[in-house]
Design a protein around this ligand. Structure first.
Ligand SMILES: [Zn+2]
Ligand SMILES: [Zn+2]
Length: 126
């Protein structure tokens, strides 16, 4: 494996550099985090500097993720919204949506989806 791709960071979240899936936090005794979708291994060390990362790289978010999916879902505030969104993990059409306030207003917003069935999480940009 010579891939040097590292996860994309948005706020305190890490996203798989290959498929854009939101990565879980590393477990206490593990030094890598595995992407649910494509099996990408992200070193836990990627999380070490996450607390000091601010929005110094607004363009770091890959464009492929920006255009990935459009959603017609409207969210208000921090309320979780039950939506018909297909889970990429289990394929069910039942998810909870939450708007993340991680990006400046003129850049739009990021929606965090949580599958109601398998609790898989992923994000979509508006
Ligand atoms: Zn992946
Ligand atoms: Zn699911």
């Amino acid at each position: 494996m010579s891939s040097s791709a590292r996860a994309h960071k948005i706020g305190s979240l890490l996203f798989c550099p290959h498929c854009g899936t939101l990565l879980d936090l590393p477990k206490m005794n593990e030094d890598t985090v595995t992407c649910d979708q494509c099996g990408h291994l992200e070193p836990s060390s990627s999380y070490n500097d996450i607390k000091i990362v601010t929005r110094s790289h607004p363009d770091a978010f890959p464009s492929v993720l920006r255009q990935k999916r459009k959603t017609q879902t409207q969210t208000s505030g921090d309320a979780l919204l039950r939506v018909k969104e297909k889970c990429p993990a289990c394929g069910c059409n039942d998810a909870l949506a939450k708007e993340l306030q991680l990006r400046s207003a003129d850049e739009g917003s990021t929606i965090l989806y949580t599958c109601a069935e398998c609790k898989h999480r992923w994000t979509v940009n508006n």
